[in-house]
Design a binder for this molecule. Sequence first.
Ligand SMILES: [Zn+2]
Length: 90
Amino acid sequence: MSTTAEYTNIMVCTDCYFAHHYGVVEHEGKFYAGESDTPADCKPLGLCEGAELTDNTDENGEGYDEFSMRACQGCGSRLGGSRYRLAYWG
Ligand SMILES: [Zn+2]
């Protein structure tokens, strides 16, 4: 994690990344990010409520981790998978 005066970079899972771009649907106590049919492990972006987030990936693959076991910084999920970089303004 790197920090500047304005924002903090966080690495989030696919569910959080989709939730950031496409929103989250709650159905019977489970959360679905974007158009996904698979419930998210944890409430997407549940750790970032109230914060302003912006996409901080770029087209060169910077800010994208194809596979990581690190806990998602958006929801706390420890499932392995892709991680995307978001700027956390707060
Ligand atoms: Zn997540």
